[in-house]
Every structure is written in C-alpha cells, then in structure tokens.
Design a protein around this ligand. Structure first.
Ligand code: HEM
Length: 126
C-alpha cells in the first residue's frame, strides 16, 4: 500500500491543497532563484501543482485527465534545475507545509516523498 494514497482521503477536501499551494508559490515569488524559472502569471502553475498533489495523494484524477501521464522528469527538462534550485524548492515547500496544519499528521511520508522527488528533478551537473 502506498502511504501517500491515504493522505487525501484522510484530509477529505481539496481546500487545504489549494491553501498549501498558495503558501508554496508565495515562497516562489519571494525567491530570486526560483522566480525566474516560472511564468509571470502563476495561475496555471498553481492549479497544476494543486491538482497533481490531490491526484498523487489519492484524490481526484483531474490532473491526469487534463494533463495525461505525469512524466514529471520530462516536464521539468525545459528548466535548469541544479542543487540550488532543488534546495530553494524544498525550502518553499517545507515552509508551506509548516503553514498548513492539515498536513501535519502526514509530514513524515510527505517529507520523504518531496525529498526524493525534488532530487530526481535535478537535470544539471554541478
Ligand atoms: C526540484 C525543484 C523544482 C523546480 C525548480 C520546479 C520548477 C517547475 C517549473 C518552472 C514548472 C513550470 C510551471 C509552469 O509553467 O506552469 C514546474 C511544473 C510542475 N512541477 Fe515542478 N519543480 C521542481 C520540483 C517539483 C516537485 C518535487 C514536484 C512534485 C512533487 C513538482 C511538480 C510540478 C508539477 C505538477 C508541474 C506542472 C507540470 C505540468 O502539468 O505541466 N515540481 N515545476
């Protein structure tokens, strides 16, 4: 059993995921490393990340219906992601998780997932 797939059913609504993503992108907007990678208008980026996280944690399949198979590493290839970008991304996500109490019971599994996944997105030699 994938422990991540128990998170959405445990939380039980999409609203905390959208709140998490708002906090995360506030961190992106404040980051000199991350901000230039993202489009000027973050509306779509917010919606994609929220839907992906809802899908990945056992909620609605809307992400896959709209975007197809995640292929996350391939989707990140257009962006230069080295250790500094990865660390900035993790810092922003960790702060967002700290600010969204609904995720507290699932932090160990989420921290392990994001730690692994963000490292996997690195596509630049150092
Ligand atoms: C390691 C550092 C990372 C950086 C610098 C990064 C950066 C980006 C950028 C610039 C985009 C494009 C946004 C847009 O055009 O709308 C993107 C898309 C996305 N990222 Fe990341 N990302 C990182 C890690 C992650 C991780 C760990 C996850 C999930 C756990 C993730 C999930 C997503 C999703 C779901 C999309 C939208 C893909 C799509 O459907 O097109 N990213 N990311």
């Amino acid at each position: 059993m994938d422990p991540l797939s128990l998170i959405y059913p445990g939380i039980g609504s999409e609203e905390p995921f959208y709140r998490l993503v708002e906090h995360f992108y506030a961190g992106v907007e404040a980051s000199a490393i991350l901000r230039p990678l993202y489009p000027k208008d973050l509306t779509e980026a917010k919606s994609k990340l929220a839907k992906y996280l809802i899908y990945r944690t056992g909620g609605s399949q809307a992400y896959v219906e709209e975007r197809g198979h995640p292929r996350m590493r391939g989707r990140h290839m257009p962006f230069k992601i080295g250790v500094p970008e990865r660390d900035a991304w993790m810092e922003s996500m960790n702060k967002a998780l700290d600010q969204t109490p609904e995720f507290a019971p699932y932090r160990a599994d989420l921290d392990a997932f994001f730690e692994h996944f963000s490292t996997f997105m690195i596509n630049q030699p150092q």
